[in-house]
Design a protein around this ligand. Structure first.
Ligand code: 0RQ
Length: 503
């Protein structure tokens, strides 16, 4: 509602979503807010999709290049993909309609480390930003913008866009004001200075976003929820994976390699990370810290019970039940949650300094510990690398988690050679499946393979993979990282040809 806009100049710019969408022209590069289904604009993208559909019906060309923080929701990615309104998408998506078009070769997709996005746009590696469409929860009298449930790249979009459309979403709790920490000190090389954050809960910036009011072409009022998908309770495999990892972390504490309250946790989203968080809740850990991208249900629960001291993030991925809890106790969570720009939440400098424990999902790993996080059968994108690389390369420990098989057991998640590489063997310390955990630290390639095959591979595939490895050790051209090149990707081809990787 209009009461959330305290700046009289901006109150005067309130228009309908249809009008705001009419300001976006064919061929524009449009940068929108949104990170894992939170804080994305709810109205303008849908009106833009209608406009595009009408233009296409008249035989006119109308597509945009679309930039965001990370994934959004059906009202944004879905609506624009369905009308074939996106020419180029970056840096992350997880939408079924967008994915279908990307994998049909009809939509260009740039899958980029999330910490890289803002700086690459500043460096001029991409088109100039014509329009920014950013959701906020309120506007102060001085025109400063109170972010909503994600910060993502909004600082950069608002600084660089030629014109700006703001959506003020009255569904977002007003109590979020004060939760954000927007750091304006990230200069460009050669003028960069260290980011002055030494503990994960330090506040180094300001609570609001700034934007030149002269650039704000339209303000739209909305009242609509974030994506808020329900969570399933962790299944048996997820619980086993979580169990192996937690046992390992306890062992690391006992060996003196980790402090009793561990180190700041980064966790991907989904069933397995949620099971890990639930496992941590019941394992006697106290005073944990989270320096991560996304807060999901499990982390909120850890905060509520005091197991987690604070969480630093750039967005949320909450179920409807957790959203209700968050809104009800917003004053409690505002003391314990710090929302940052994704260039800070995922910054390699900070992830290295803090010593984060990165825990991410994967599609497949190979016997040497190279990880494919993104491509099914080497060519079909699932989501994207997201922030997993920012944490895997730079963290204290880099853990990858997955069930040992996929697609009803027809696919082994541990293969001779990955069909696409996102995280090289050099960035991978620990791999966990429901079968067990492979600690690859300090191991040379052949020992990594033996450990992975013994601990992580499903029994249906273990003999087949051992056989490959032993023959590779005997017949490979080189014996450092043995491979049989004509066979290395044959498991994937067999699945494409016959529907199973089993020989
Ligand atoms: O596809 O639903 O069509 O059957 O991949 O797999 O098992 O539901 O697991 O939801 O945890 O996703 C790597 C995709 C895992 C995710 C990935 C198929 C499987 C299913 C999903 P269907 P599951 P998850 C923080 C960090 C990269 C980004 C990241 C991801 C679908 O973790 O996107 O880490 N990671 N971000 O069937 C063929 C295999 C497969 C396979 C799984 N080996 N072969 N298909 N699948 N393994 C968040 C952000 O950065 C924003």
């Amino acid at each position: 509602s209009v009461e959330r806009i305290l700046d009289p100049r901006l109150r005067e710019r309130v228009v309908s979503a249809e009008h705001a969408a009419s300001l976006i022209q064919p061929g524009e590069t449009v940068a929108m807010s949104g990170f894992t289904g939170s804080g994305y604009p709810k109205a303008v993208p849908q009106c833009l999709a209608q406009r595009i559909e009408q233009a296409h019906a008249r035989g006119e060309e109308f597509r945009i290049n679309l930039l965001t923080g990370a994934s959004t929701a059906p009202e944004l990615d879905g609506a624009l993909a369905k009308v074939d309104g996106i020419a180029m998408r970056m840096p992350f998506q997880s939408d079924p309609d967008a994915r279908k078009r990307i994998n049909a070769g009809k939509l260009d997709y740039l899958d980029i480390h999330l910490s890289h996005v803002a700086q690459h746009v500043w460096f001029g590696f991409y088109n100039e930003i014509d329009t920014a469409v950013v959701e906020v929860s309120a506007i102060h009298a001085d025109g400063s913008l109170v972010p909503s449930t994600s910060v993502g790249n909004n600082k950069t979009w608002l600084d660089l866009a030629k014109k700006v459309i703001i959506e003020v979403n009255a569904w977002q709790p007003l109590g979020m004001d004060g939760m954000h920490d927007v750091y304006y000190g990230t200069a460009l090389p050669p003028h960069r200075k260290p980011i002055p954050l030494v503990r994960g809960d330090d506040r180094i910036g300001q609570t609001t976003l700034r934007c030149d009011p002269d650039k704000i072409a339209a303000v739209v009022l909305t009242h609509a929820p974030d994506r808020n998908s329900p969570f399933n309770p962790p299944d048996a495999d997820s619980q086993r994976i979580a169990g192996h990892l937690i046992e390992f972390l306890k062992h690391e504490v006992a060996r003196g390699r980790l402090p009793a309250n561990l180190l700041p946790l980064q966790s991907g989203v989904g069933n397995i990370p949620n099971a890990v968080l639930a496992g941590l809740a019941s394992s006697g850990f106290r005073d944990l810290e989270a320096f991560t991208e996304v807060i999901q249900d499990g982390m909120l629960e850890l905060l509520r019970t005091g197991v987690l001291r604070y969480a630093s993030c750039t967005g949320f991925a909450l179920s409807p039940v957790a959203t209700e809890e968050f809104m009800r106790n917003i004053d409690f969570y505002r003391q314990r949650i710090i929302m940052r720009s994704q260039e800070v939440s995922n910054h390699p400098e900070l992830v290295r300094r803090l010593g984060c424990i990165g825990m991410n999902g994967m599609i497949e790993a190979d016997i040497y510990g190279n990880i494919n996080s993104t491509h099914v059968m080497g060519s079909s994108i699932m989501n994207g690398i997201g922030g997993s690389g920012d944490f895997a390369r730079n963290g204290f420990l880099s853990v990858f988690l997955s069930p040992s098989t996929a697609k009803n057991g027809s696919i082994s998640s541990i293969v001779p050679m990955v069909s696409h590489v996102d995280h090289t063997e050099h960035d991978v310390a620990v791999v966990v499946t429901e079968q067990g955990l492979a600690d690859l630290r300090g191991l040379p390639p052949r020992a990594r393979a033996r450990t992975l095959i013994a601990n992580c591979v499903h029994p249906d595939f273990r003999d087949q993979l051992s056989d490959y490895f032993e023959r590779a050790c005997r017949d490979s051209y080189g014996k450092h990282t043995p491979h049989l090149l004509p066979e290395a990707l044959s498991w994937h081809q067999r699945w494409l040809d016959t529907g199973t990787m089993k020989a």
